[in-house]
Structure formats: C-alpha cells, structure tokens
Design a protein around this ligand. Structure first.
Ligand SMILES: Cc1cc2nc3c(=O)[nH]c(=O)nc-3n(C[C@H](O)[C@H](O)[C@H](O)COP(=O)(O)O)c2cc1C
Length: 224
C-alpha cells in the first residue's frame, strides 16, 4: 500500500468485527507514528492504548455516567465553536445526514440518532482503543501536533489492514475515563480512537464522507 492508497482508504469506521488487534502491531504503529512532525520537535502527545477488561470498564463507567451525571465532570473543551458557520456548518450537517441515511434512521427519529451516537461510548464494538492526551500547559500549536500524530497512526494502521475512528466524544467524560487510565493530573484528554477490523457488512460503514472542493479552502498564488 502506498501513501495515496492509505489516505484514500482511511475512513472513520463505526462498526468493527469481533477480531482482536495483535498487540505487537499496536505497539509498533504507536511507536512508528511518533515519526510525525511537531513544532520544535516537542512531541506533545501522550497515548494510552487499551484493550480487554480496562476497555470494558471505561465503556461501562461512561454508560453509568450518561445515566447519572456527575456535576464535577466537565468536558475538556468545546468541540465546535458556537454557531458554526458555512461551509463548515453544512459539511457537518451533511455528514450526519449521510450517516443516518446509511443506517435507515429518519431525520425525526431522535431516539434512533441518540442510540447511534451512544455507540461511540461502546467503541463501536472495536477490540482496542487509544486515548490521546496533551499537557494542559501546551497551546494551539501543540494541539495541531496531536493531529499530525493521530493521522500518521491511522495511516499506519491502514497499511496493516486495520481501521479506526477518532473520537472527540470521549473528551466529554474525562474524569470517568481517567478513573480507569489514571493519567497524571496535568494531562487533558483530547480524544479517543477506536481501532480494529471494519465490519464490511455494517450499513454505517457503507458511506463515504464528502469533502469541500479545493476552491473552498486552497488559494494558489503566483501559479499559471
Ligand atoms: C479529532 C477527531 C475527532 C472525531 N470525533 C468523532 C466522534 O466523536 N465520533 C464519530 O463518530 N466520529 C468522529 N470523528 C470522525 C469524523 O466525523 C470524520 O473524520 C469526518 O466525518 C470525515 O470522515 P472520514 O473520517 O470517514 O473521512 C472524529 C474525527 C477527528 C479527526
């Protein structure tokens, strides 16, 4: 697989087969992904890989937390800016429409949509996950470095036949996740990532997210 194939075949997978991820592969890719660049080579990422009982515990505890809120548990950050504007707002809306159409969930089926969203917190059935943290003292440039790391990891996983879904939704329950992973207090949870082998028959994996045309985001200056 070349880089183009890895980029084109990576997609967010939201239903996984019940097939374990070899530990050696996960260790190798997590180490290799650190070849990602970072400003000043500060390498601000902190990763927790999880499988088995601790992973089950995280899902279980978050499920309980959703049932009974903890006033001391606050999201790490606002996932989107308030009043998202176009074209980003429409792009986000269209992703939801595409996904729920693939699942046959109607627009007004609020419960159906919520149930699908809740599958995030079951890792979409993935047998492994990573959680990505960053020191709270780091700023926006280092946050962007996390993206470099995470995309590199996802592409390396593709090369090994594995699939993934990055998940910001875990940042809503940092305290509950920390109750299992026990990260140092200065670390804040940026996102989780479910990892495993895609279920090829799952309808939710049967759509391809769209992209804005390059005119919407790229400017070519001084070219013919
Ligand atoms: C940092 C990050 C966080 C994300 N969080 C979630 C999430 O919580 N739940 C989810 O279903 N998808 C999540 N996604 C997946 C995006 O919805 C997805 O990347 C986007 O729609 C483009 O689709 P693609 O990944 O299939 O190309 C996240 C992606 C990124 C990069």
């Amino acid at each position: 697989m070349n880089v183009t194939e890895a980029v084109q075949s990576r997609r967010s997978v939201r239903a996984f087969l019940d097939k374990p991820v070899p530990q050696a592969v996960l260790r190798e890719t997590i180490a290799l992904a650190a070849r990602a660049p970072s400003g000043g080579n500060v390498q601000p990422w902190h990763l927790f890989a999880v499988t088995g009982e601790p992973q089950r515990q995280i899902a279980e505890r978050v499920a309980q937390r959703i049932q009974r809120a903890d006033p001391d548990e606050r999201p790490e950050y606002a996932i989107y800016p308030p009043k998202l504007w176009d074209p980003h707002r429409s792009a986000r809306f269209e992703l939801g429409e595409q996904m729920y159409a693939a699942l046959g969930i109607a627009r007004d089926d609020r419960l159906g949509r919520l149930q699908q969203f809740a599958r995030n917190y079951r890792f979409f059935g993935a047998p492994a996950a990573v959680f990505c943290y960053v020191d709270r003292r780091m700023g926006p440039p280092q946050w962007s470095d996390l993206g470099m790391y995470l995309q590199t990891l996802m592409l390396l996983l593709r090369e090994r036949g594995l699939d993934s879904c990055a998940q910001e939704c875990w940042s809503v329950y940092p305290k509950t996740v920390a109750s299992v992973l026990q990260p140092s207090p200065e670390l804040m949870l940026f996102c989780g990532m479910s990892i495993g082998y895609a279920d090829p028959d799952a309808p939710v994996n049967g759509f391809r997210s769209q992209r804005l045309p390059e005119e919407a985001f790229a400017h070519f200056v001084g070219f013919d």
